[in-house]
Ligand binder design. Structure first.
Ligand SMILES: [Zn+2]
Length: 361
């Protein structure tokens, strides 16, 4: 089963943490034994495992905040520093593309060609080692690096196709997770520019207020790249059933995330809640979204598996990202039909991308 993963922080790990994703997960774990930092030495994501896991396409982020609260490698003192970091990250993806290690997908024709190549490979026997190159859609997690809304065309020309306005805490464009603030003036000015260019709006990490303000102001295509359900894990980072329904009404898509604190309520570092959290718990969220929206049309996968954590904070039956191939069988156990399984694994993201890009012409 081909998979689309709507949230990986490949460039942050490569540049801020010096992790080369061309090496295997196991090589990287060895290399990082002496590296101090959360998620180091226990990673689950690298290109060889993405290929064997048939993660044919992923949304790969640019991530460099400038919220006023500096955090090494992540949150920079000034927007100009954040710009420089994120610009370097997009340059890194282009360098990987030049090296033949991946393909930056930016439009409908590109997407069709890329997807057809993977389908041919799969139907032709799926011989390991002869996979087409991995594809990425460049997305931005927190718009802080965009110096001002007038700069968006420059980013678009470089390949940026989806933007989440904010991350954890306050943001230059919108209040993020843990805040109650809404869109800022910059955020209100950026949305029409995104609409004009056909840049997808990622609602993940928005405060509740920013979420609803965005849906009111912006009538373009929406997604939530990595987001779970508040009904199962009662925290603002997850979506209420009303928010889930609002996204479905716009025919948006929500990617189920695998950072386990967002998967099972009560999970903390010191206490696993008395039991292991597994991929089956992730399927609970997928099933909940199907129940709330009445179909499997608006739910997909957005793992966040390299989002500053590793095995210690992933489902216990997932050793590397290749284990995403366990999902189809788990979905089947919950009575998902073959069509629904394909929709969750890749079809829903394909539909959202195609309708966005075909509308742009
Ligand atoms: Zn995130």
């Amino acid at each position: 089963m081909l998979i689309i993963d709507a949230h990986l922080d490949l460039s942050m790990n490569a540049l801020q943490w010096d992790r080369d994703p061309l090496a295997s997960v196991y090589t990287i774990r060895t290399r990082e034994q002496q590296v101090l930092g959360k998620g180091r030495g226990v990673g689950t994501v690298a290109f060889p495992e993405m290929r064997s896991g048939r993660v044919a396409l992923s949304f790969a982020t640019l991530l460099a905040r400038s919220t006023g609260k500096a955090v090494p490698h992540l949150d920079f003192d000034s927007p100009t520093q954040a710009f420089g970091m994120a610009w370097g990250q997009i340059g890194y993806y282009r360098a990987l593309e030049r090296a033949g290690a991946l393909r930056v997908v930016t439009g409908a024709a590109d997407l069709d060609e890329h997807w057809a190549a993977w389908e041919r490979w799969e139907s032709g026997g799926a011989r390991a080692g002869s996979e087409p190159s991995l594809g990425i859609i460049v997305s931005m997690e927190g718009a802080d690096p965009i110096l001002d809304p007038e700069q968006l065309p420059v980013w678009f020309d470089a390949g940026l196709r989806a933007i989440g306005l904010t991350h954890y805490g306050p943001g230059r464009y919108a209040g993020g997770t843990g805040t109650e603030t809404g869109l800022t003036d910059l955020g209100r000015a950026l949305l029409p520019e995104m609409r004009r260019l056909g840049v997808l709006c990622d609602l993940t990490h928005m405060s509740d207020r920013a979420f609803w303000e965005t849906l009111e102001l912006y009538d373009g295509p929406v997604l939530a790249s990595h987001n779970n359900c508040r009904a199962l894990v009662p925290h603002q980072r997850q979506f209420s059933d009303d928010q889930i329904r609002a996204i479905a009404e716009r025919d948006g898509v929500i990617g189920a995330a695998m950072d386990v604190w967002m998967v099972a309520s009560g999970w903390t570092y010191n206490d696993l809640g008395g039991r292991a959290v597994t991929l089956s718990d992730v399927v609970d969220h997928i099933e909940h979204i199907r129940k709330v929206t009445g179909s499997a049309r608006n739910v997909a996968i957005g793992t966040d598996l390299d989002g500053g954590f590793g095995r210690e904070q992933s489902p216990t039956d997932l050793d590397t990202i290749a284990d995403l191939q366990k999902l189809p069988a788990l979905l089947r156990e919950r009575d998902f039909t073959d069509d629904e399984i394909a929709a969750v694994c890749h079809g829903n993201w394909l539909r959202l991308l195609r309708s966005t890009w075909n509308a742009r012409g």
